[in-house]
Design a protein around this ligand. Structure first.
Ligand code: PA5
Length: 426
């Protein structure tokens, strides 16, 4: 389980701290399924369901792709994209396609409308064998649907009627254009459960199939998640999701409107993108909501550090730290000490980074930025899984406390209706 430390935030709480009775009410609503959007709370027991049902099919599909393809193109956007990419970057590498490995390269498409990005993927695939995993719960989202046209036609050109063996569709169980095409063409199918919304679907086939292709131990992820969901169900002020959700909402009520998530690991970047969607789309509605932003330290200390230390005081900072990244690198000793850094020689980069993190937190707290610290034991499958469960739970609780439905996104329809009107008329 992750550990939440609020010692850097408590001086900003005022005379009374977070109102845990509100969190407790939200918790009951969530678990008794009596809150708004209760029909989308299937993520609470998703890990156990997948362990019992789809796990073996996902694993065997992944091993088929690993054996017949040098490349997998994963097509999806938002909740149908970010979780898989987050896991692959965090657990394998942000340079996954460049590292030495015995698993296929993975390219993510359908998350935008850039011709350059699509052309580049086509060029990078070259004449290698490839498969496509097209992921869309609704089955009709424009960006992935258009990208799918491109890669489906490439597959058909290359493999003829055998192309259908290289297309895997992850979509609704019963309806939607993608579902209908998959049934008609006989593509292998995985289901995005009806009771799980896109941004809460990473622990379904949506995230798990690409992860398994990348060689990530998805059984371990699911087993950890099953235990985590159980522990996060505890009605207690010690529950880390209560602490985080309670602190965020309390600080927001005091005028802190922006939350910066910070990490010292570049491989965390897409985890943060996933977090941004989770919290932004779940909480930002009815004119309220904390704005979720991300900074990567120490790089951003040299670009955003000034603003964080000294700009308008409406920020809270949530820092995710890994006790162990599984990597060590010693700072070399240099004869003559010309750069005057021998006082650090022999120390590990990870230890230096931990000291820098302490120095940064204390400076930012002094600069009136409340600090929430989240510690994860290891940057591995268990750590990833714990973080996912913790953030999902915290997000649902936090949104219920603020009085919004965490599981809808009515606001995204506004641009979509403009877009479809303009595209069909211009
Ligand atoms: O959280 C959500 O529901 C959305 O962000 C969706 O994941 C995103 O819009 C993609 O939708 P779909 O999977 O239907 O293509």
């Amino acid at each position: 389980m992750v550990k939440v430390d609020l010692s850097g935030a408590k001086d900003f709480f005022g005379t009374v701290g977070p109102d845990f009775s509100k969190i407790s009410d939200a918790h009951r609503k969530l678990f008794e399924r009596t809150g708004e959007g209760a029909e989308f709370t299937g993520w609470l027991d998703l890990p156990s369901r997948v362990l019992r049902t789809e796990l073996k099919q996902i694993q065997s599909c992944a091993s088929k792709i690993r054996s017949n393809s040098q490349v997998l193109v994963v097509i999806g956007i938002g909740g149908s994209y970010l979780g898989a990419r987050a896991a692959i970057e965090l657990l394998r590498s942000p340079n996954y396609n460049l590292i030495k490995k015995d698993t296929p390269d993975i390219y993510f498409a359908g998350n935008g409308l850039s011709a350059a990005a699509l052309n580049e993927i086509i060029e990078l695939i070259g004449d290698r064998d490839f498969s496509v995993n097209v992921i869309s719960k609704s089955g009709g989202t424009l960006e992935p649907a258009l990208a799918f046209r491109v890669f489906k036609s490439l597959l058909e050109k290359k493999y003829g009627s055998a192309a259908k063996k290289r297309i895997i569709a992850t979509t609704d169980a019963n309806c939607g254009v993608l579902h209908d095409m998959a049934v008609a063409e006989g593509w292998e199918r995985f289901v995005v459960p009806d009771d799980v919304g896109g941004r809460f679907s990473v622990l379904s086939a949506v995230g798990l199939l690409p992860m398994a292709v990348a060689g990530i131990d998805i059984e371990q992820i699911l087993k950890t998640a099953e235990a985590e969901m159980h522990d996060l169900g505890l009605l207690s002020v010690e529950n880390p999701a209560w602490m985080y959700a309670g602190a965020r909402q309390h600080l927001y009520a005091g005028g802190i409107t922006v939350e910066i998530l910070a990490s010292y690991e570049p491989s965390f970047r897409f985890m943060a993108e996933w977090w941004k969607q989770l919290f932004g789309e779940s909480e930002g509605k009815n004119g309220i909501g904390i704005f979720p932003a991300y900074v990567e330290y120490s790089a951003d200390l040299h670009s955003m550090g000034q603003y964080i230390q000294d700009g308008p005081r409406r920020l809270m900072e949530t820092v995710v730290l890994f006790e162990s990244t599984g990597q060590k690198l010693k700072i070399p000793f240099e004869l003559g000490d010309k750069d005057k850094l021998n006082y650090l020689a022999g120390r590990d980069f990870g230890d230096v980074s931990k000291i820098v993190a302490k120095a940064v937190a204390s400076a930012h707290i002094k600069g009136d930025v409340p600090n929430i610290s989240i510690t994860v034991p290891e940057k591995n499958e268990e750590g990833f899984s714990s973080l996912v469960c913790f953030f999902e739970m915290s997000c649902a609780l936090s949104a219920y406390v603020s009085g919004v439905n965490p599981f809808n996104q009515p606001g995204v329809e506004a641009y979509k209706s403009n877009m479809f009107r303009m595209l069909s008329h211009e």
